[in-house]
Design a protein around this ligand. Structure first.
Ligand code: SF4
Ligand code: SF4
Length: 228
């Protein structure tokens, strides 16, 4: 899932300062799982901003609402009236959700309450770690399902750099060397032969194109008659 975390409260307060009515808009999918965008976080952030304002004698109104997913217009429809009537949306979605609000509500400013971090998971409560950089050309069938692009500090694709110590990365000693893990896993799976496949230089235009990346599923556009 997409992982995100709140911006510092002072920075959020400053961004929102010029607006009287602020709609704090949560997202009950990825950022809720990151503990940065669900009902609880929307309520906590709104209360913190109210308290911060009370100390300054500032007259500002914070409304709270959470949609299932901010990145889909179908769910944003539930908040249409609130978004159109507020002075600003303070979004607790990821950047995709924030862009979706901006694309569909041209008259309402949108502020980022979160910093969108990466595609990852949460191994333990309060810990978040990256697992995929969305390179656009997945190769983990050659690496035991473990992604060296996201998990190797040097993004090496054809084996380790040789600098690891006792299974830990030489760049970040608190992180396992992913190539050490890949080797162990491939050996356990009886697939060490796959490690002799030389992965060619990446076609980074799939990842770093000029302008937004996009793709079309012809099978779906035929059914719905839609597509971009
Ligand atoms: S190779 Fe890694 S970064 Fe690329 S799609 Fe697969 S998991 Fe994601
Ligand atoms: S020690 Fe392992 S994870 Fe770290 S940079 Fe070298 S190969 Fe990559």
């Amino acid at each position: 899932m997409i992982k995100a975390k709140h911006k510092p409260i002072e920075s959020i307060g400053e961004m929102a300062a010029p607006y009287r009515r602020v709609l704090v808009l949560g997202c009950n999918t990825c950022t809720a799982v990151s503990l940065a965008g669900g009902e609880k976080e929307v309520g906590l952030l709104s209360s913190t901003l109210r308290l911060r304002n009370a100390g300054k004698g500032k007259n500002q109104e914070f409304q709270e609402f959470v949609v299932k997913r901010q990145c889909e217009m179908e769910f944003l429809e539930e908040a249409r009236e609130l978004i159109q009537e507020t002075d600003v949306v303070l979004s607790l979605a990821c950047g995709v959700g924030m862009n979706c609000v901006a694309d569909n509500f041209p008259d309402t400013p949108v502020l980022p309450g979160n910093d969108t971090a990466f595609l990852g998971l949460s191994p333990e409560l309060g810990q978040f770690t990256e697992r995929c950089v969305a390179c656009g050309d997945c190769l983990i069938h050659l690496t035991g399902g473990l992604c060296p692009l996201a998990r190797c500090a040097k993004r090496l694709l054809n084996g380790p750099c040789g600098g690891s110590e006792e299974g830990h990365c030489e760049i970040s000693p608190d992180v396992p060397c992913i190539w050490h893990k890949i080797y162990d896993r491939m050996r356990a799976l009886g697939q060490l032969d796959k490690l002799s496949v030389v992965v060619p230089v990446r076609e980074w235009s799939m990842n770093d194109a000029i302008g937004p990346r996009s793709f079309v599923r012809e099978d779906l556009t035929v059914q719905t008659g839609q597509g971009e």
